[in-house]
Ligand binder design. Structure first.
Ligand SMILES: N[C@@H](CCC(=O)N[C@@H](CS)C(=O)NCC(=O)O)C(=O)O
Length: 203
């Protein structure tokens, strides 16, 4: 398999943590690409019509995207552990948590694009503030649940960790640990995992 990736992406990080935690490193070739909406990578476009990372090219030549489809596919390749609960409420809880983490990443990435890609005179402060509000909404929800996370590891947990990690990487001044201390305490421990240490974002 081939993963088209860039190390700065929190969605990519989620997939990389899955690969490491599930013991699939030998099966995935990493292909670094650089892409933005304004400068869309041709190799990536050939595999993913909407030109986004992460994109996984399977051994049969077909591509998978987005990150949630890729993580579910990787999970299906191993007998255990599974990062998706099999059924019942637990399954929907994990899926909803992964979606919340992705929503937080989307909002944080969107705000960054607005600041980093748009010409200064076209930037819209209210829109950025709205995205940051979404980030805080997700942080609040994660913080309220964090005391129950314990040593759990699943798709929701990995997503939450990668979303928090992205804030540290791109928004170091946001100071989220002060407002969301339970989340901060859980994250400090979870981020010690080898899979998290080895996937720390870089530009
Ligand atoms: N929902 C997608 C989001 C992926 C995403 O937004 N990736 C960004 C990098 S963090 C990207 O590829 N941006 C380039 C573009 O939008 O053209 C997923 O979960 O994979």
């Amino acid at each position: 398999m081939k993963l088209l990736y860039a190390p700065a992406s929190p969605f990519v990080r989620k997939v990389l943590v899955f690969i490491k935690e599930l013991g699939l490193e030998d099966k995935v070739e990493l292909v670094k690409v650089s892409t933005t909406v304004l400068d869309q990578n041709a190799e990536l476009a050939a595999c993913n019509p909407v030109t986004k990372i992460p994109t996984l090219v399977m051994d049969n030549g077909k591509s998978l995207y987005d990150s949630r489809v890729i993580t579910a596919y990787l999970d299906s390749l191993v007998a255990s552990p599974s990062f998706y609960a099999a059924d019942g409420d637990a399954r929907w809880d994990v899926l909803a948590m992964e979606a919340l983490a992705d929503g937080m990443m989307d909002a944080a990435v969107n705000a960054r694009y607005e600041r980093g890609l748009r010409p200064a005179e076209k930037q819209w402060d209210d829109w950025v503030d709205g995205q940051v509000k979404k980030v805080h909404g997700a942080l609040k929800a994660f913080d309220a649940a964090a005391s129950s996370f314990g040593d759990r590891i699943d798709a929701g947990i990995v997503g939450a960790a990668c979303a928090c990690g992205y804030l540290d990487f791109r928004y170091p001044d946001i100071g989220w640990r002060e407002d969301y201390p339970a989340l901060g305490t859980w994250y400090a421990k979870f981020s010690e995992r080898k899979s998290m240490q080895e996937t720390q974002a870089s530009s």
